[in-house]
Design a protein around this ligand. Sequence first.
Ligand code: ADP
Ligand code: ASP
Ligand code: MG
Length: 408
Amino acid sequence: MPQLVMKFGGTSVAGVERIKSAAGRIKHEVDNGYDVIAVVSAMSGRTNMLSQEVESISPLFDAREYDVVVSSGEIQTAGLMALALQEIGVPARSWQGWQVPITTNSAYGAAHVIDIGTTLLNAKFTAGMRAAVVAGFQGVSPENRVSTLGRGGSDTSAVAIAAAFGVERCDIYTDVDGVYTADPRLVGKARKLDRLTYEEMLELASLGAKVLQARSVELAMRHHVRLCVRSSFNDADGTLICDEEEIMETNAVSGVAHSRDEAKVTLLSVADRPGIAAAVFGPLSQSLVNVDMIVQNISASGRTDLTFSCPVQQIRQAEQCLQNLKESGQVNFHSLALNTEVCKLSVVGIGMRSQSGVAARMFQALADYGINILVIATSEIKISVLVDRKFMELGVQALHDAFGLHEG
Ligand code: ADP
Ligand code: ASP
Ligand code: MG
């Protein structure tokens, strides 16, 4: 039988009625002649609740035990889904990460998939199982412990399984009917995209469009998995994430992404000498601070200001690390300026490679609304700016309008 991966996110399995309805979708594909590997998330809100419980007992928790606790949400859904399928006549069984097995590295809390065994599930399919319900977000580490793949990681479970089994398609069922030109929760006029390249989706996901976990897109691109984002609540055609060759026309900008919880750190009056960036960013990375945008001012007097952005949740780690560098005399700077009230707005499109003037249009659109740009970063297919968080919604809408992305 041909095989299909169907992944159901948290809202799509939030409660038994929704699980039953998702089971109906799986049965439909089984009736179409597919053996289905269904990858399920925890019910929406459950992973947040579990991680809050962990932190309420142990603020600086042991990541191994965090993984034990937060992986339980997916296990619950997998069992319920297998039961729902059995009730409607589909031979189904649930599988936890270790049972498949989905082997990961030991980076608990944000583990990478290393290998997925296909022998056991394929033998079960041969023996008559028609749906394997796999708990998403989890695997087993080399130390034989449960590991999780980072928030939103069920998308990555689904794509990794799709690649390992060489399935025909990987359908991601969620609470929107595809990938939109901007988050539809923020921009009412956002338009659904029929197709989008892996590169664009990877940028959008990395820049804050949480409709897919960025790592899942990276895997899909590497293994040429046909990835389709669609709704669990209607039958509309979804968005196909595919190679550039499969897309006829490209606009300069395909979509706008935003990332709300950013912080900006400036080292004021730091010595401008060779090795200074390495002396600052090396220790920051060892302190597990994910530095994103970086700007260094021109120096007139041998001293300069160095600014970077990072997730707002990591601001204390960053501050601590920089103060240590100052106190130990490794990096000499006058003081730190911290701003935890910023957000990042980005425009993404492969058309940017061949069309000029995108940056100018973006900056003008923000200027028209009096939005000040704090930091700019570009790559071949994206431009990102850091702005005050109070302008986030207005900024996304201004950019969406400026590039004519709305309906019609
Ligand atoms: P799931 O629980 O199914 O994994 P997520 O909440 O992780 O779902 O992702 C779906 C959400 O992603 C949508 O509800 C939407 O608000 C958000 N989103 C952000 N950017 C986009 C975009 N460009 N297109 C579609 N959805 C987006
Ligand atoms: N339940 C996990 C989370 O909320 C994984 C997922 O839903 O993709 O992050
Ligand atoms: Mg998700």
